[in-house]
Design a protein around this ligand. Structure first.
Ligand code: ARG
Length: 588
């Protein structure tokens, strides 16, 4: 279905052409003076030079061609040459009814769907999830849903950090604590136990202990590095411990991401890329892309137009070890072989930008990806506490994600209980649903690249630009629809009527922007614009609600018209929050 902007642009183009002007001038935008009009066209100003004519005259000529266009209630020409448009009530209602009849609510799928991989989450195995991983999960999940909704083939890959020094540390610490385990007996040839020699709780304690100890004790550090080396070179015992670490850790991660309503299609990690490294390195050498620099193998990626130094991509350290760059390049080799993606989007902390510039350039230059493959870095800013510094616990430590979620849920629980519309038994469940929306909306409503302040009080408020406010609005609509049915109303027999009042029309204009907004959000990979949209929509709905007797409306056709509009508004809101990665409760 064409968006409203597209439809009125077509009308405008025809009018420009009929009046003898270039149709390319006919760009229509939302009005930036909503007090004067709903949409506007500034093309007459742009054309003044070309036609050596006053913009006002051009605008007059164009508007004369639009006199009997059924879409507009008014076409006004305002000095110096704005064409101000107001949609006709009939046209608005017809468009909304078309939207309501379409199961995708008027959003078209891509004509040429692409294969898109989204690399997000990126937790490090055996380390507890902390708030730093929250943003990647939240933004990545929303981006995944948005691009998938537009009909692309989308693969979300968690890309676990499962191959580094942290593994060597855990192996070393385990050996120190339980030297009798068969993994550490070189002569052991039997089957290793199936059960892991630790629980997730122990694992999460082992890692920080080992990491701190290694900083103080050089020989221990050496041992951990050696264990890392053994693991990476196929030592049987180390491999077996690693598998246990993976199994225990991944089970815990799955549980945590599930709670966040974040779902990955692929659970691959850095370890999966390792087998692609030898051939890739060989290719880089054979084709002359790589050179040795002080013993290390590197690929130059500096470009002439750079006004800053971009250091070479590091392929192998002088001791032959692979690095972060190497793993990301080899992961692209793997992805290219398996999926042949048109685009790969990395949702990672913006402080890693340089790393990705290097990797992208190297992958393009060396043919690891095709020239037309779109590699996109979606770097996000830091989540700060109220003091403006990176978010910490009250004691100043790294905040674990679980605790952060619990804090929000407790706060939501209190507010929901104060509201007294929900039984205590239901309130916990509701607090979880609303709490998640509070966290996600609080994050997504900011432009991803910006830092933001995580403010529990503000995020959990039922008023203002917050997740709970959006959900509250949806719940309010659900409650009206529920009452309508109790009164004997039929929700399957719906028809939206031309608006009569100002608030009703304002709400309608907001609803019918939906597909235009989705397209923008998709093209710009900008979930924050979706948040801005539903906030405006919720505001328009609440204004309408306060000004209008909906259920008390005596004219039955009118009442059912209002209800039809509410049903559509609710569908739009629900679709948007689904794309943001959360949902609404029945009551709150
Ligand atoms: N595990 C990394 C970290 O915690 C993030 C991984 C990002 N993705 C990637 N393909 N490098 O910093």
């Amino acid at each position: 279905m064409k968006t409203l902007l597209e439809l009125i642009t077509i009308e405008m183009e025809a009018a420009f052409e009929k009046a003898g002007y270039d149709r390319d001038l006919a760009k229509v935008t939302l009005s930036n003076r909503p007090d004067l009009c709903e949409y506007q066209c500034n093309g007459a100003m742009a054309g003044a030079k070309k036609y050596k004519k006053a913009p006002f005259m051009i605008a007059e000529d164009v508007s004369a061609q639009m006199k009997d266009c059924r879409c507009f209630e008014s076409v006004d020409v305002v000095k110096p040459g704005f064409i101000n448009l107001k949609l006709s009530p009939d046209y608005v209602a017809a468009y909304l009814n078309d939207m309501a009849a379409d199961e995708r609510l008027g959003v078209d799928v891509e004509e040429h769907p692409r294969t898109i991989i989204i690399d997000y989450g990126g937790p490090n195995v055996a380390k507890p999830l902390h708030v730093g991983h929250l943003r990647s999960a939240i933004i990545g999940e929303s981006v995944k849903r948005i691009v998938r909704f537009k009909g692309n083939k989308v693969i979300g890959d968690i890309h676990l950090g499962d191959w580094g020094y942290q593994m060597g540390l855990i192996i070393t610490e385990l050996k120190k604590r339980k030297p009798e385990l068969p993994y550490f007996d070189e002569n052991f040839k039997g089957e290793y136990p199936e059960e892991a020699p630790f629980t997730i709780g122990e694992l999460e304690e082992i890692y920080p202990t080992a990491s701190a100890y290694a900083k103080e004790h050089e020989d221990y550090r050496e041992e951990a590095l050696h264990a890392t080396y053994l693991l990476q070179n196929g030592d049987r015992g180390c491999r077996a411990v690693w598998k246990h670490i993976m199994a225990v850790s991944v089970a815990d991660l799955k549980k945590n991401y599930e709670k966040l309503n974040v779902h990955f299609d692929l659970w691959k990690g850095e370890s999966d890329a390792q087998k692609f490294i030898p051939d890739m390195v060989q290719m880089l050498k054979d084709k002359g892309f790589a050179r040795y620099d002080k013993g290390a193998l590197v690929v130059d990626v500096q470009e002439e137009s750079d006004n800053k130094e971009v250091p070479p991509c590091m392929i192998l350290k002088s001791d032959g070890a692979a690095l972060y760059d190497t793993t990301d390049l080899a992961t692209l080799v793997d992805r290219e072989e398996e999926f042949h993606p048109d685009q790969v989007i990395y949702v990672v902390d913006k402080r890693q930008e340089l790393h990705f510039i290097q990797v992208f350039r190297c992958a393009k230059k060396t043919g690891i990806v095709r020239p037309e493959t779109d590699l996109e870095f979606l770097g996000f800013g830091t989540m700060n506490g109220k003091d403006g510094k990176p978010f910490k616990t009250r004691e100043g430590g790294v905040m674990r994600l679980e605790n952060l979620i619990r804090e929000i849920e407790d706060e939501m629980y209190k507010k929901i209980m104060d509201n007294r519309t929900v039984e205590e038994s239901e309130a916990r469940k509701t607090a979880q649903i609303v709490g998640l929306a509070a966290i996600k909306y609080g994050d997504l409503s900011n432009q991803a690249s910006k830092d933001y302040i995580f403010d529990v009080d503000r995020f959990t408020s039922f008023e203002g630009n917050t997740g709970p406010y959006i959900l509250y609005t949806i719940v309010r609509i659900k409650s009206i629809l529920g009452k309508y049915e109790e009164m004997g109303g039929d929700l399957s027999d719906l028809k939206i009527l031309p608006p009569q009042g100002e608030y009703e029309k304002a709400l309608m204009l907001q609803v019918l922007k939906y597909n235009d907004v989705i397209n923008t959000v998709y093209e710009e990979t900008a979930p924050h614009k979706l948040c801005a949209y539903i906030y405006d929509l919720a505001n328009e709905f609440n204004k309408f609600y306060h000004e209008t007797k909906i259920l008390a409306e005596e004219d039955q056709t009118r009442r059912s018209g209002y209800i039809s509009l509410l049903v559509l508004a609710k569908k739009v809101l629900e679709s948007c929050i689904d794309l943001l990665g959360f949902e609404a409760p029945e009551r709150m």
